[in-house]
Ligand binder design. Structure first.
Ligand code: 5GP
Ligand code: MG
Length: 468
């Protein structure tokens, strides 16, 4: 570890949604991938792509910038042939690199044929892996990190494609989940701590892997199980399933999936995301008793917590804000004036419901603090007499090195500030956060990576990020 002490987070840095299908027989598989990706759209709105194996060891693929529904239309989907094996990807980039060259799946000619790979996560040692390959004569077409991963999987393939995934996974440091198609074989890999989610489903003999169970639901597939930390699952061309472990897994998944990233109807490692959020809201109400008239959640990710708060506190659950349903988590902000106005474009207040009322407002998290400040102003303008802010997670004080969009300390409003200082900046009448133990209990009481809240990451990162 010592030789990479000064490493900054230059690695692969994406949250994302991935999907892989190994169907029993040839079908309109591109349509299935489309609907699966559509259900994972909340995990990434920057680009979308589909690749499918044509069986004759060639791959048909298309990827571009935009939402799934912008990238693919009926005409584009109909060009894809019937096939048995496919992978797909939606990308969320937190590093500004919004270029089609970053879109996935990555498709390449490898040692064992044509390959397509969809990746989600953040590799801390991407630069080291790249240097190792360069030293051995490798070339790279781009500066894109997903090319590093794809090349490394190929580089490590000494016996067959599966050995590439297993050998590479042993050397990857960070959070990752990827699906990888070689001919009609589909390989799914999850990091040794299960930081990134990956779940396996089944539908009439078709095997499906996805970042979240909501994609399985969309395809009418049943959940089989989560891919385990440190596991490589291989579905061969005859659809036999085998499992390998590249490390002794030790489950410590990202708790922020429950807080914000995942869709509320997903289940991760057996825990319902909706239930985690609802329980987090109940715990807020048990901990903090505030004199108020109504409670509301910031749509969409805090609505379940607001329901939980209402159940325990007895305050009526009220719609204080409505979100424009045609807006994604990120959207184009063409000018500074528009940026200033962005909360108003995304959310509007129900003046009728909140005028003259003392409001408890629940949000899932405060990261930079800009959103909360604007929302509170909006609610006061709409007539709320008091706004008491409750956050269904602890103060975010550390960067995430595993792909969640908070990668420098300086961006974080809670870095070096007290709760009272934050309250003043966002302009709330009071502010309360959920303690980390309560959040873990709300999420089923299991072990989680809570590094962004308390520095307890899935594994010791001090060798990589000494400044933490
Ligand atoms: P902020 O405090 O950064 O202004 O915004 C917090 C809001 O952003 C919360 O309402 C939360 O739902 C949302 N949020 C939390 N994490 C992320 C993230 O990684 N990416 C995006 N786009 N939004 C996030
Ligand atoms: Mg939000």
């Amino acid at each position: 570890m010592a030789e990479i002490k000064s490493l900054k987070s230059t690695g692969v840095q994406d949250e994302c949604g991935i999907l892989g299908i190994a169907a029993k027989c040839e079908q309109e598989i591109a349509h299935d991938v489309y609907f699966g990706l559509f259900a994972l759209q909340h995990r990434g709105q920057e680009s979308a792509g589909i690749a499918l194996s044509k069986g004759d060891s060639s791959v048909a693929y298309y990827k571009n910038m935009g939402l799934v529904s912008e990238v693919f239309d009926q005409e584009k989907l109909s060009i894809f042939p019937y096939a048995k094996t496919a992978v797909g990807h939606v990308r969320y980039a937190n590093k500004g690199s919004n270029n089609v060259v970053n879109a996935q799946p990555v498709v390449f000619f490898g040692r064992y044929g044509r390959v397509a790979l969809s990746f989600s996560g953040a590799l801390i040692n991407a630069q080291q892996l790249k240097d190792e390959m360069l030293k051995n004569g490798h070339i790279f077409q781009s500066s894109v990190d997903s090319e590093v991963l794809a090349s490394y999987v190929n580089y490590c393939a000494n016996d067959d494609a599966v050995s590439g995934a297993i050998n590479a996974a042993k050397k990857l440091v960070g959070a990752f989940a990827f699906v990888y198609m070689v001919g009609e074989t589909l390989i799914a890999v999850r990091d040794g701590y299960g930081i990134k989610p990956l779940i396996m489903g089944e539908r009439d003999g078709d095997i499906i892997f996805a970042s979240e169970s909501c994609a399985l639901e969309a395809l009418s597939a049943k959940i089989v199980r989560d891919v385990l930390p440190g596991e490589v699952v291989v579905v061969d061309k005859d659809r036999n399933i085998s499992s390998y472990f590249f490390t002794k897994g030790c489950k410590k998944p990202c708790i922020f999936e429950h807080v914000y990233t995942a869709r509320a109807d997903s289940k991760m490692d057996g825990v319902s995301v909706y239930e985690s959020r609802r329980q987090a809201g109940r715990k807020l109400a048990e901990l903090y008793n505030v004199e108020a008239d109504i409670v509301a959640g910031v749509p969409d990710s805090a609505l379940a917590a607001a329901k939980g708060y209402s159940e325990v506190s007895g305050l009526p659950f009220t719609d204080a804000l409505i979100k424009n349903r045609y807006i994604g988590r990120t959207f184009i902000q063409p000018s500074q004036a528009m940026r200033e106005n962005s909360v108003k474009i995304k959310l509007s207040a129900f003046a009728h419901n909140i005028k003259g009322k003392r409001l408890v407002l629940i949000d899932d998290s405060i990261v930079r603090g800009t959103t909360s400040k604007k929302i509170i102003t909006l609610l006061r303008q709409a007539g709320a007499t008091e706004v008491h802010m409750m956050i269904a997670s602890p103060m975010v004080i550390n960067p995430c090195h595993f792909g969640v969009d908070m990668d420098t300390k300086e961006q974080l409003i809670a870095n070096g500030r007290t709760e009272e200082e934050i309250r003043q900046i966002i302009g709330a009448d009071s502010l309360h956060y959920l303690p980390v133990e309560s959040l873990c209990e709300a999420c089923g009481g299991k072990e989680y990576c809570t590094g962004c809240f308390d520095g307890d990451y899935s594994f010791d990162i001090s060798g990589y990020y000494p400044e933490n």
